[in-house]
Ligand binder design. Structure first.
Ligand code: ATP
Ligand code: MG
Ligand code: MG
Ligand code: MG
Length: 468
């Protein structure tokens, strides 16, 4: 089943249950300073959840584009994480609650008319005190107790505001993906045999200013399922990257770079990271975010540079990412025509940024040559940690590249010192974050990744008037 078909089925299924189809919102949050990016299907619907706006229909369904930079380190390593992905959601604003949410989730997942997963492969997690959810799974759906795991983490709470328990649904991908004797092989464990596909959140309490919890007069349902994960199961492939959402991008990259997928592990990671990042950047630029040195623009700049660096692993020494934009458009255009409509603009922005970064890299090489010289003159045998970090932080110079170059010159790199400098910067980001307290969103690494650093010799991207 093609990914676009899964998306349509999702919308159609919930429409048949009386839900209104809401189009995906922009990746850039509207009137919400607490969020850098839309990172869940519920995020653009917050005004309905907190009662500021009354929806036309209390039942809503959507397919929402999301960005989560806190998952960046996972990209290319796990089978299931992206920086840009689509979250499929169904929502009830003060109307239906646990029973319907669970019953419909089960129907959509297991009925062959919809996506027809083998029910034997499904298991769920619940919040230990949420006996209602447990009972619905166990008594109404008939899921055996052994496949209902009680987890303390299953409580959705992001500080003041609505919160509540959740129940998550996992698909067992079978022996090929993990040994049941592995202590991490269970729904919610590190092992990816049990793939989390869907999270159903029951927002039934208000987290008050004084830290207490009181029941909400109107209880809400907020769910999110990963389209790419559904696709990996339904297309019976090893990872999200092997689905029709990513393969054409990876094939195009292989053609441009003259490499093959699944021949070399290092190349495969690079191909996945590039495919992931180019989607993120294309969609973000399509929503009006340009590469800059702060905020969202900086995230985009970092992602692009990261993709360029992974391109180097494939031997790419000149701009190429922009050529992948039409491929992204072909895959995603059926639902998100902005990437098709704004194709030329997106290509230009990416190309300019790639060119600039290549220049930056050559500037970095000049600085590195100077560091090599002064290290030698001082009788040192390694590029210092702070120097290597400066190259990384200011010139986007990966430490491996610094090391390769230093080795050629008969020097080492103080990796420990580099790591320490990196850790120091993370610490700074962390303490900035806890001071501001504004980034309490679904896992923390976001502000670490977006923390500003000073750029020397790398001027802000100025978009020529003719591009705009
Ligand atoms: P995981 O534990 O796999 O990181 P999560 O618990 O952080 O996922 P939720 O916040 O519950 O994810 O989001 C709801 C659903 O969105 C997940 O069940 C998954 O299907 C999908 N999803 C979440 N993060 C990502 C991501 N980075 N890439 C792709 N899909 C994702
Ligand atoms: Mg996660
Ligand atoms: Mg999870
Ligand atoms: Mg989850």
């Amino acid at each position: 089943m093609k990914a676009s078909e899964i998306r349509s089925k999702w919308l159609e299924f919930f429409a048949s249950k009386g839900h209104k189809i809401e189009p995906s919102s922009s990746l850039v949050p509207h009137n919400d300073p607490s969020l850098l990016w839309i990172n869940a299907g519920m995020a653009p619907l917050k005004p309905y959840f907190d009662g500021r706006v009354v929806p036309e229909n209390p039942r809503i369904v959507n397919a929402q584009k999301c960005i989560r930079t806190n998952d960046i380190e996972n990209v290319g390593k796990t089978r299931r994480h992206h920086t840009f992905f689509e979250m499929l959601g169904n929502f009830s604003i003060g109307e239906y609650f646990k029973e319907e949410a669970i019953t419909w989730a089960w129907e959509f997942l297991t009925d062959p008319k919809w996506i027809g997963f083998d029910p034997e492969r499904l298991s769920v997690t619940v919040y230990p005190e949420d006996t209602e959810a447990f009972e619905f799974w166990n008594k109404k759906i008939g899921l055996p107790e052994a496949r209902i795991y009680k987890l303390d983490e299953n409580f959705w709470d992001i500080g003041e505001g609505p919160c509540g328990p959740c129940t998550e649904i996992f698909y067992d991908r079978g022996d090929k993906y993990g040994d049941l004797n592995d202590p991490e092989c269970w729904p919610g464990g590190e092992n990816e045999r049990f793939l989390e596909v869907w999270n159903l959140v029951f927002s039934q309490f208000n987290h008050n200013k004084d830290g207490s919890y009181t029941p909400l007069p109107n209880k809400n349902i907020d769910t999110g399922a990963g389209l790419e994960r559904f696709a990996s199961i339904l297309q019976d492939v090893d990872s999200n990257f092997d689905t029709d959402l990513f393969q054409p991008i990876m094939e195009a990259t292989c053609r441009i770079a003259g490499v093959k997928y699944k021949e070399n592990e290092e190349f495969d990671v690079a191909l996945k990271v590039i495919a992931d990042h180019v989607r993120t950047v294309a969609f973000a630029v399509g929503d009006g975010v340009l590469p800059t040195n702060e905020g969202r623009g900086y995230v985009i700049r970092r992602l692009l540079r990261r993709a360029v660096r992974y391109g180097k692993v494939l031997g790419m020494d000149k701009p190429f990412l922009y050529q992948l934009v039409p491929v992204v458009g072909e895959i995603m255009g059926v639902y998100y025509n902005e990437v098709v409509e704004k194709r030329e603009f997106i290509e230009k922005i990416i190309r300019i940024e790639e060119e600039r970064f290549h220049e930056t890299l050559s500037d970095g090489l000049a600085i590195l040559a100077g560091m090599v010289e002064s290290t030698r003159a001082a009788g040192g045998r390694a590029i210092s940690g702070p120097d290597a970090f400066k190259l990384y932080d200011t010139y986007g110079f990966p430490v491996d590249l610094t090391e390769d170059f230093a080795n050629e010159q008969g020097l080492a790199v103080d990796r420990e010192g580099f790591e320490a400098a990196m850790e120091e910067q993370r610490e700074r980001a962390r303490s900035n974050r806890s001071k501001s307290g504004s980034m309490k969103v679904q896992g923390g690494a976001l502000s670490e990744f977006t923390d500003k650093s000073e750029f020397v010799g790398y001027t802000e991207l100025v978009v020529p008037a003719k591009v705009l």
